[in-house]
Design a protein around this ligand. Structure first.
Ligand SMILES: [Fe+2]
Length: 177
């Protein structure tokens, strides 16, 4: 089931003249997948790690992402379209705009529940908190090679911009009381 989704997502990402455009086709595929998994617990993939790269090439990156309850990960950019399909729990996505100096302006809070997909534009910043009482589980899809672009992390407390590294990500992640 997951293998089939990955193949479909890869095809959608490279179909130049597709109707609808790639990101809308991917939102549709992801929605169908997460709604199926929401209803069919036994169909869910099993992963030990919270972050798993399922596939990456020049056109698309596909991740499994699990967030633990009350863990708040720092705002960051992607530099490409991001689509988040949740099939268990609730991911709270805080969306921001950034100016040239890296100052963030909060724009919207979106709660992505099991069975829902959120599309995030390439110029948007998001921070994620798992707000369900059990871990959230999701497939995240990015229209580009996510691990091969330079990205930013935003330290809201100190008003600074850091490069996106595992170390900075861990340092800035917080567990809420
Ligand atoms: Fe992200």
């Amino acid at each position: 089931m997951l293998d089939q989704l990955i193949e479909r997502l890869k095809s959608a990402a490279v179909s130049d003249h597709s109707q609808p455009p790639a990101d809308l086709a991917i939102v549709s595929l992801l929605t169908e997948y997460v709604q199926h998994l929401k209803a069919n617990r036994s169909a869910r993939p099993m992963f030990e790690d919270d972050d798993v790269i399922l596939f990456e090439d020049d056109h698309i990156s596909i991740w499994f992402c699990r967030f633990q309850p009350k863990v708040k990960v720092p705002p960051h950019n992607h530099m490409m379209v991001a689509m988040i399909g949740v099939y268990d729990g609730v991911e709270e996505n805080a969306l921001y705009d950034a100016d040239d100096q890296g100052n963030l302006t909060p724009r919207q809070i979106k709660h992505v529940h099991a069975g829902e997909v959120l599309r995030i534009a390439p110029d948007k910043i998001h921070g994620v908190t798992c707000v369900s009482d059990h871990p959230s589980e999701a497939i995240h899809v990015y229209l580009g090679p996510l691990t091969r672009v330079d990205r930013n992390l935003y330290d809201v407390e100190h008003g600074t911009v850091l490069s996106f590294t595992d170390e900075n990500y861990k340092t800035l992640s917080k567990t809420l009381n």
